[in-house]
Design a protein around this ligand. Structure first.
Ligand code: UDP
Ligand code: MG
Length: 236
């Protein structure tokens, strides 16, 4: 094609042929996704991993609930409906909330393990729950390193959620919403796990056991990830 034509086309579609550059540099910013059905134990295990490794823990659900409560949010009603119905909030909302929360954590200039020399580490809990989110986040925000996948039976998850529902005040910890959440998990989230399994990025951890036992397994997986990172780093 004549160069002039190329120029004209590019002027109208400046990004058409370019791959987006992620907001964060994955050689400095480590992102671990934490997935599993509702009630599988993601939040509990994330809290323990924060103690071990100094992660910044970002729960997509918590960020959405905070946005729902925020005065002046244009997404309040949309988020509330999706959460109650157990469906996925449109990805641009959730991806932006995560990106903003990551920026804020990095700007805080935390200290301690994993936060030196411009480095940072994030556990992104309950995300990506659908393929479109996974692709968008990896391509445009930060490529992920690993998926921790907590699995247990629906019976166990239901029991845990109903127990939590006694005190959580969450609008979706009731049998009706829980059933819808299970359905969304199978339909939308399982393909995400298949996608990352094909890239050998998934560590599947049976979370039927006690918090302690599950934590030990999860912690060992993360330890290995970081050990691999430091051995492949150039000597200084
Ligand atoms: N949610 C969403 N997109 C996400 C994460 C969560 O739309 O990426 C919504 C969805 O409606 C979900 C709800 O938030 O059912 C609660 O998510 P949370 O992760 O808090 O639930 P958990 O799995 O921890 O019980
Ligand atoms: Mg949670």
């Amino acid at each position: 094609m004549p160069a002039i034509l190329d120029k004209i086309i590019n002027a109208f579609h400046p990004h058409s042929s370019k791959k987006p550059v992620p907001v964060f540099d994955s050689t400095k910013v480590t992102v671990i996704y934490v997935l599993g059905g509702p009630g599988a134990g993601k939040g509990t295990q994330c809290a323990r991993l924060v103690e071990d490794f100094g992660f910044c823990h970002l729960s997509a659900g918590d960020l959405l609930r905070a946005e729902q409560q925020r005065e002046g949010s244009e997404y309040g009603t949309l988020i509330q409906t999706c959460i109650k119905e157990g469906t996925i909030v449109p990805m641009h909302v959730t991806v932006k909330l995560l990106e903003n929360a990551m920026k804020a954590a990095i700007d805080e200039r935390r200290e301690g393990e994993g936060w030196k020399d411009g480095k940072s580490r994030f556990l992104i809990d309950g995300f990506p729950r659908k393929m479109d989110q996974a692709i968008k986040f990896d391509e445009e925000v930060c490529p992920s390193s690993l998926v921790l996948f907590f699995t247990t039976t629906e019976e166990v998850m239901l029991e845990r959620l109903l127990e939590r529902g006694k005190t959580s005040g969450r609008e979706d910890d009731n049998v009706e919403s829980i059933k819808k959440r299970f359905a969304t998990y199978k339909h939308d989230t399982m393909p995400v796990l298949e996608h990352y399994k094909a890239q050998s990025k998934v560590a599947e951890i049976d979370s039927s056991a006690s918090v302690e036992v599950v934590h030990k397994v999860a912690s060992d997986v993360v330890k290995k990830l970081f050990a691999g990172e430091s051995t492949s780093a150039p000597a200084s």
